[in-house]
Design a protein around this ligand. Sequence first.
Ligand SMILES: Nc1ncnc2c1ncn2[C@@H]1O[C@H](COP(=O)(O)OP(=O)(O)O)[C@@H](O)[C@H]1O
Ligand SMILES: [Mg+2]
Length: 402
Amino acid sequence: MNMKIRVMLLLDEGHTRDSARIILSMAEGVILGGETDDIVQYYETAKDFKPDVTIVGEEVKGRDGFSLSKDIIDHDPLQSVIFVASRLNVETYKNALYTGIREVLKAPLHPQELKDAVDRAYGARAKVGQSVFNNGFANGTNNIQEPVEEIQEDVGKARIISVFSIKGGVGKTTISTNLSAALAEEGKKTALLDFDIYSGDVSLAMDVIPKRRAADLSNDINRLDMDLLESYMVKHSSGVMVFTAPFNIEHADFIKADHIEKILSILKQEYDFIVVDCPSYFYDIAMLALRNSDTILLVATMDILSLKSIKNTISVLEDVEVDRAKMTLVLNKYISRVGLTPSDIEATLSLPITSVIPLDSQSVLSSMNQGVPFVTGMKRSKVAKSLQSLAKGILAKAGGGE
Ligand SMILES: Nc1ncnc2c1ncn2[C@@H]1O[C@H](COP(=O)(O)OP(=O)(O)O)[C@@H](O)[C@H]1O
Ligand SMILES: [Mg+2]
């Protein structure tokens, strides 16, 4: 392609602006149209230059960079903004996502990172005309759901393990994050997918921040391959590659069943395990994960309501021809002497319990609050041991437990 990417800088004078200018003036395929710290002057130049990408600082002449970015995007929804922040934290990403910023970079700028960000931002912009992005939020025209297909058998080696319950708060996120960390610690190439896309707790529980917006994946879906997909994931210190949920609800609508299908089939090629943190309800994404799972861990707690919901879940799954042999129970927040025993539960639900995880609010809460899975941060705790043995059981079943 011989079209150049047209870039402008809206940055305070100083080191970041100098390095952006130097990096981009040496980058092939980029034309720098102007630099300023004055928004009025920016618009003057932009009117003729029509930038594809603008790089905006966190604060420009005392004005908040997020509101400047929002202004630019509102003016020209086809415009891609790259935001340069001095610190990256969840707040920065949340603001960026709300504003419609495409990429967030940390100062000082790294030449390759900046060039890659410009390329990606431009790529997303080039497709925006046909996509639902930017203009598509409000009009709700893109809600047609694709039929849920089953991924063809034998396309890859990974085993898909879904953690499910139609009751919230039973421990799905706790189990999926710790299970995936335990599998990674056993040396298995493991992905953790947060499909609870409307609440998405995995990024907090694992303390990871995605570099790219899951919602932008819809622009890349046709050319998605392992490298591109992994650029949307974050590597956790345990080795787990994490696909986090979008930070806000509008963006969650960009995650479609056919995207999920593609994500699973790509990861299946190279990963050993794909652990899915499911939402607490049956909708297409959950169904797709469940139907394609090798193992479904149904999370139960020691109360009658939980058991009733699992009984319903089993019958819904059987209705859609999910094999009962794939389902097993994980009994979480276990305490003895509450009028129910694990064997009562197995008998009531006619499913085996593969793991009993004790109630241990202190360990679980502090691990979640620190964003460190207890299987890595508190290896000796009983909860960690129970998750490690769940992981070993899964490994053994997959034929890799030696
Ligand atoms: N074994 C456990 N012992 C004590 N508290 C737990 C245990 N498992 C989960 N919790 C707590 O229960 C709450 C819900 O857990 P979470 O994993 O977020 O559930 P879900 O993902 O199903 O909504 C959290 O506050 C978590 O700390
Ligand atoms: Mg959860």
